[in-house]
Each structure stands twice: as C-alpha cells, then as structure tokens.
Design a binder for this molecule. Structure first.
Ligand code: MG
Length: 456
C-alpha cells in the first residue's frame, strides 16, 4: 500500500485523515527516523492544532522529544529542521480546500524525505505490531519554540540581495490567502526594504477571503488590490507558502510558467540541468535550449522533483533551479525545497537588477497558449482500451516521445501530453503552442484516439 502520495499524505479531516492516522504515522516516523528529537509544525488550518497534538503525542509515545513550532510555512519548518539537524513533521494540506489536511515528513537536512525512507515509514506503520512504545519514564518531552518564524525570516534575509532590492524601492502587494505565509512574508518583505501592502493576510483556517490555491479563480482580489495600490508586484502564496504566483504592475496575472522561465533565464548557464515535471512549459524548453542547458523531466509531483535533483547532484550535475509552473520553484543552492517567500524575493531581485517592471520582465515568456482537456471513462476495460489507443498514437507520431509519466510528444514548436489522472476517472490531455489553433491541433493528436475508443 502506498500511503504517501507524491506530496505526502492528504485527505478530508474526519474522513480519510483522522487524529489516530496522524498519531500512528508519527509513531512510525519517530521509530524509523532513529532520532531523539523531531520538530512539529502546522499551517493555519482549523484542524492543524488537533492534528499536531496527535503527531506530538505519537512521537512522545515512542520516546522522541518534540519541538513545537506552531504555525509556520512549510519552508520555515524545513529551515528549522536543517539548522537544528532534526527531522520534521509538517501538518498541512498545502493548496487544498479548508476541509483537507495532511502530513509531510522532512529529514534532518531540511529536505522532504526521499521515497525509500517514506517506504520504511509505511512498512513500520503497516507491520503487525505497529511502532514500539516506550515506558512511562522514557516518553519524550515537549518544548515550545517561539523563535522559529523569526529565524526563518532571518535566514531568508541572509540569502537575499537585500541591498539591490531595497534600492529598487518596490511596493509589494502580498496575498498569503490566510495561510501560514501571513505570519512571515509581510515582515520579510518589509525588512527587505519593500513597501508592503497586504490582502487576505490574517491567518484564518476558514479561508474567508479566498481558497488556499493561488490560481486565476482565486486571485481577483489581489489583481484589483495591485491596481488600487499602484504596487509594482503582487505576490500570492498557497496555504503553506511554499509557492508564489505573481501579478504584474498592471494587475495582470503572470502565468506560473512565465515567471519560472524568467527566473530560469536568469539562473541557467551552459551545462546546467533544469529539473521539472513532464508537463513542463515550452517556455522552459526554450530557455534551456537557449542556455545550452539540459532539461530533466520527472513524473508530476514535488517529491519526484526533489528525488531527481538529489540524483542529478550526486551525479555531479549543477541544478541551479527546478520546479513546476504552479509557482512551486526550488533553488537547490539555497535548499532543495520549494519556498514561496524566497522565490518571490528572487523575482524582486530580477526586477531590481533589470530596473524593469514585472510585465516587461515576463513579456518574452508570455506568448504561449495552453489547452487542457479531460476525456472520461466508465470502466476499467474502457480505461485499458484508451491507454492502448494512446500508446499506439504516441508511438506512431512523428515527434520525440517521452514516457516519464503518460505520453509526451515534443514537436519543437509545442507539445502534447496525455496521462491518466491519479484521482479521477479521466485521461488528461495537455497541449501548448504559440497559437491556440496549433495547441488545439496538438491536443487532437492524443485526444482524438481516446474519443474514438470511447465511441466504440
Ligand atoms: Mg504548498
């Protein structure tokens, strides 16, 4: 059984995710990680306190001391884990709706646990007897750590070129979406020398202003706020602030992959490797080609990206930047972790260094059209027939084929990807090209064979 998906354990609280699940996962992690201390933290969800209590309880019961950091962004917990050399348990459901919560496990290097360590935790969890608990006088002690947020902000400041950013005199409109970024990002950007305006910046597990996912449907308020305040840049986070999505000075939403491309263009040198998921935008493919770098594609999901970066670095490759078009970007030189505040600060550095407005910085990367289609199926038999048809169409196509996760065909001027969804009975087809017409044409290549299968 695979308990940990590509982004940890997630579920609706009370249905799939209960305090007893969290307690057992914490007991298993406390045992497998062979450590005497673990940091526990949460985002701003209503159920966060209840579930971190369960995690702390589980850890103490197997003899592990617990540092409780309270509410903090996931990258803040990762910073603490690395600086203290202790593993971490993060209670968060990232961008999912308010009723969800989840767990992410972090190693003592501040990086998400690799797959094989997660498998060891799963094994301990599913074993006959569960994790061994200790005697009453060996149970773990709990410490409340009040300084973790402050330390995280200090680390971010130390890693950013604040002189350059401050000199640019930027006004930043921040929308943490009532998530954990509300507790650290306003202070960070203020100390960085920006004028900071905030919207949806009270930590609130009801997420009254917007849902935690920073996408076009949820960022209308930020766009209007940028226009109303005359800000140079709008920055939106997801619930645990490991992602950053931008709004330019005109109040226009910047596509996540355009911002990623602008940052990558600034980072990549010849011989470097850029790690991204298999739905990577053509914008990044172009940047990688222009720089003489290499693109390494992984299955979709942050765990896969982290695992690949580690492998590349072990092989002696330089990976200065990695991530996905959803605002989840990693600068492995800083840490192999997505960090919304750090990503936004790097974007501010680019604006400051070029002395150009955000719209102009992303303009070269803003001219692609994306098409997304879902083709549904009703039975396993139909699913099999669709995958068979897909395989045939993909192998017959006159394009470069990649089968990392589904089928991706690269045509030089654009691409199409088809893959079965992990959670819904649909095959998703994505395509991207410079014109909508061409993107639709590319999408047809892999969605037409699916439609024919369904009709039979
Ligand atoms: Mg997140």
């Amino acid at each position: 059984m695979e308990l940990f998906g590509s982004s940890g354990i997630r579920g609706v609280v009370g249905e799939h995710l209960t305090p007893s699940v969290v307690l057992e996962v914490a007991q298993a992690a406390g045992t497998v990680l062979a450590t005497d201390r673990v940091a526990v933290a949460r985002d701003t969800r209503l159920t966060g306190r209840m579930l971190t209590d369960a995690a702390a309880s589980g850890l103490a019961s197997v003899g592990v001391d617990v540092d409780r950091l309270g509410q903090i962004p996931t990258p803040g917990l990762q910073a603490y884990a690395e600086s203290e050399g202790v593993p971490g348990v993060m209670v968060t459901a990232s961008h999912n709706p308010p009723e969800y919560n989840g767990i992410k496990l972090v190693g003592s290097d501040g990086v998400e646990l690799p797959r094989e360590r997660l498998e060891a935790v799963e094994e301990a969890l599913l074993g006959e007897d569960g994790a061994p608990t200790v005697a009453w006088d060996e149970t773990g002690a709990t410490a409340t750590i009040d300084s973790a947020r402050e330390r995280y902000v200090e680390e971010l400041l130390a890693a950013t070129d604040s002189e350059t950013v401050a000199a640019a005199d930027l006004t930043v409109a921040l929308d943490p979406g009532h998530g954990a970024g509300a507790l650290t990002s306003p202070e960070f950007f203020r100390e960085l020398g920006c004028r900071v305006k905030t919207v949806h910046a009270q930590p609130d597990g009801h997420f009254p202003g917007r849902n935690p996912e920073p996408v076009a449907e949820t960022l209308g308020d930020l766009q209007r706020f940028v226009r109303a305040t005359g800000a140079d840049l709008g920055v939106a986070h997801d619930g645990d602030a490991d992602r950053a999505i931008f709004v330019d000075e005109r109040g226009e939403l910047v596509p996540g992959s355009a911002a990623f491309a602008a940052l990558a263009a600034d980072e990549l040198d010849a011989g470097d490797t850029l790690v991204s998921a298999v739905n990577v935008s053509q914008r990044l493919v172009d940047i990688v080609d222009d720089a003489g770098a290499t693109l390494s594609m992984t299955p979709i999901g942050s765990t896969h990206i982290v695992t690949r970066i580690r492998r590349m670095e072990r092989e002696g490759k330089r990976v200065p930047i990695a991530g996905e078009g959803n605002g989840g970007i990693l600068f492995p030189g800083f840490r192999i972790a997505r960090d919304g505040a750090y990503t936004a600060a790097r974007f501010c550095e680019v604006l400051a260094a070029r002395d150009a407005p955000a719209s102009r910085v992303v303009a070269p990367f803003d001219d692609y059209e994306n098409v997304r289609r879902n083709v549904s199926y009703d039975s396993d038999r139909e699913r099999e027939a669709m995958l068979e048809a897909l395989k045939r169409a993909a192998t017959d196509a006159d394009a470069e084929l990649d089968t990392t996760d589904g089928y991706r065909l690269d045509y030089g001027d654009g691409w199409v990807l088809a893959r079965p969804s992990g959670t819904e009975p649909v095959v998703r087809v994505y395509a991207e090209a410079r014109t909508r017409e061409r993107a639709n044409e590319l999408a047809d290549i892999l969605s037409d064979p699916l439609a024919t299968t369904t009709a039979e």
